[in-house]
Design a protein around this ligand. Structure first.
Ligand code: IPD
Ligand code: CA
Ligand code: CA
Length: 265
């Protein structure tokens, strides 16, 4: 059952990716709305989401959907979790780092995940129990023994100031211990890069289920660990994520934990 569903996710992600690429040279003339502070949506996000939902609904008319731009669509025990364009701010600036992210949950358990980078034609996929792949290559997280030399990914809490002080404390603690920290602007690709061993670890405050669902399955299937800021698995509920190999996760957690305020637990 998983493979046909993964194939549908791949078809939908590729089709949305093509549509996004075709619009990339006309960003100046796109209609853009502001959803909140520093939170923008363009007609391309909406078109890509409609394309994905059409493809999924044609294959699986009874399945439910949770999509960033159109919200929850009722259905059965299967839920497709969709971010049609992760990295909208990058896309709108012509900054080449964005992706389509699609995951499928069954009774709350992630079954398949796809993250597609249309600019590099990189397709990251995962199946529960079946591993994670980048195009035709099997993925493993890196296995460093220390933060020394490690490259970490993160996202800044740019939509509100609420957690800025806590975040800066975490950043300060990690930046002095590792080789570098990247804020590339697409949480989905950050997670895919951890699975692919391009980043040794990643943390972020306040991301959404559609940002992380596919990437979390990918990292777990590539041998990594994902937790919230309380060392538990409530990352979808809290939006707070720390991830890497088991060792990297432990090293990062030890430096992040002293800065975790009660409302981040
Ligand atoms: C955003 C990106 C970004 C992360 C934000 C997300 P969007 O998604 O993933 O890296 O820091 O929290 O909202 O809005 O471009 O789909
Ligand atoms: Ca997103
Ligand atoms: Ca998005």
């Amino acid at each position: 059952m998983q493979q046909p569903m993964l194939n549908t996710a791949i078809r939908a992600a590729r089709s949305a990716g093509d549509l996004i690429l075709r619009s990339a040279d006309k960003v100046g003339s796109l209609h853009i709305d502001q959803k909140g502070r520093n939170d923008y949506v363009s007609e391309v996000d909406r078109m890509a989401e409609r394309e994905i939902i059409n493809i999924i609904k044609t294959a699986y008319p009874d399945h439910a959907i949770l999509a960033e731009e159109s919200g929850a669509h009722a259905g059965n025990d299967y839920v497709w979790v969709i971010d049609p364009l992760d990295g909208t701010t990058n896309f709108l600036h012509g900054f080449p780092q964005y992706a389509v992210s699609i995951a499928l949950k069954h009774k709350g358990k992630l079954e398949v995940g796809v993250i597609y980078d249309p600019l590099r034609d990189e397709l990251f996929t995962a199946k529960r129990g079946g591993g994670a792949m980048l195009n035709n290559r099997k993925l493993r997280v890196t296995q460093p023994n220390s933060l020394k030399g490690a490259l970490l990914g993160t996202g800044f809490p740019f939509k509100t100031d609420t957690h800025l002080d806590a975040y800066i404390g975490m950043f300060r603690a990690l930046t002095t211990e590792c080789a570098g920290i990247r804020r590339a602007g697409s949480a989905a690709l950050d997670l895919a890069y951890v699975a692919a061993g391009r980043l040794d670890g990643y943390w972020e405050i306040g991301i959404m289920e559609w940002d992380m669902a596919a990437g979390i399955l990918m990292i777990k299937e590539a041998g990594g660990v994902v937790t919230d800021f309380s060392f538990n698995d409530k990352y979808i509920e809290s939006g707070n994520v720390i991830t890497g190999s088991p060792k990297m996760h432990q090293l990062m957690y030890a430096l992040i934990e002293p800065h975790v305020t009660d409302n981040l637990k």
